[in-house]
Design a protein around this ligand. Structure first.
Ligand SMILES: [Fe+2]
Ligand SMILES: [Fe+2]
Length: 150
């Protein structure tokens, strides 16, 4: 994968991660359940860590995150953050589960596409697998919570 394509991918993940930070913080603020609110805060903190990893890698590639496209933040960030509490808890877990699934799918795709014989891409793969495993754990948690409510 050439650096230009890599940068485009890293920007996509950066936008996705930042949108999740926004979304989970909004949901935490709107949740009346102490445990769920704190779990969402904790997950938002982990997503912020993911975004920071991507930010650092973009800097390493001599660039920085592009301004977050308003479309993605509108889809996954502000608006759902305000709307999902009104959809009820089951739907908000389902929504988060879906977002985590998208993240997992795309992290897996990028991991498969990297040329790990190249030092830089091998280094990136190591960071991405960490993010991917966190998303996998988030997804399981959201799924478990949702199933418990059904
Ligand atoms: Fe993440
Ligand atoms: Fe996640």
């Amino acid at each position: 994968m050439d650096n230009k394509t890599l940068i485009r991918w890293l920007n996509w993940f950066y936008a996705l991660e930042m949108s999740q930070v926004d979304l989970y913080l909004n949901q935490a603020r709107n949740s009346s359940d102490y445990y769920i609110a704190n779990a969402l805060l904790r997950i938002a903190e982990i997503e912020a860590g993911h975004a920071e990893i991507l930010n650092k890698f973009l800097l390493k590639l001599g660039t920085k995150p592009a301004k977050i496209d308003s479309l993605i933040s509108r889809i996954t960030g502000n608006i759902p953050g305000q709307i999902t509490p009104y959809l009820g808890t089951v739907n908000f877990f389902l929504y988060n589960y879906t977002l985590e699934t998208i993240a997992i799918r795309d992290y897996k795709y990028l991991l498969r596409s990297l040329d790990q014989k190249k030092e830089l891409q091998a280094e990136l793969a190591y960071l991405l697998i960490g993010n991917l495993i966190d998303e996998d754990l988030h997804r399981l948690w959201f799924k478990e919570r949702r199933d418990a409510l059904l």
